[in-house]
Design a protein around this ligand. Sequence first.
Ligand code: SF4
Length: 285
Amino acid sequence: MTSTEKSSEQLRREWVIHPHFRYRGCAPDPDDPMRMAGDPSLHVGAHNGPDAFLPEGQVERREREAKAIEVCLNCPVMVQCDAYASSVRPDGRLAEPEGVWGGRRALERHKALIAARHAVPAASTRRFQTAQKRAVLAALASCWDPFDVAEAAGMDVRTANWQRSSLVRLLGLPKDVSRMRALAVARERGLLEGVELVPDDGSVPAIPPPTRLPVGPQQLYMWGVEEFPAPVEVQPSAGRGVRSPSMRVKFKRVEGQEDLVMVEADSLAEVHEMFPAEIALEAAA
Ligand code: SF4
């Protein structure tokens, strides 16, 4: 397993359990906890700068960051620290989006992340260009309910969900990434040009949980026709229908169809009248 396949939590654990972690440059100085062990002339929080209520000019910030980076360059756990800080969380963001970590400024880590996403091989980029993927991406930009996305993309829910999962994988994002983050990355890749984005509150997953299609037995009740057994139960999972002594009925599960079919008929001819399409289908089979 490479470091890019490890989660942020794993990489952070590897960093903090490293035998030299206690000797890291940004640790508090044992003699003065407000100073930095790697450079006692620096405040212990120099890697992150003053708190939000203190102003800091651009020149001062550059100088502070340069000194912090100098400390990092002499740090025994710089590699592990950088691997963790530059890793990507499930929401698609950097594990440490602020401050100096592992010898790199926040802006450098962000640029590296964007460059890595753009460095996806051309062959993989072409795989975004299928009609289904383009349709699902555009649909996902306008809505997020699995049924709405499928309808907007012009396909069934199962296919739309599968394409959403495939898009997330191709974008190099974790499975539990949010819809907004996935769309932001897709936009960075130039896949949403001219598409208007309808935002959500950030909690909607890009890949929906398994969509529950209507389940339960479908029942065909037949009354008044003595030769028909009543009721006849048809299991949707069978998908083929049932055979009765006098007739055969085929069902194909269609999304949105009603689970219960009530039939009242006095004769077989009346059933033919009521279900001409089904009977014709049966005759053709
Ligand atoms: S690399 Fe820098 S930020 Fe990371 S532990 Fe070392 S001194 Fe601290």
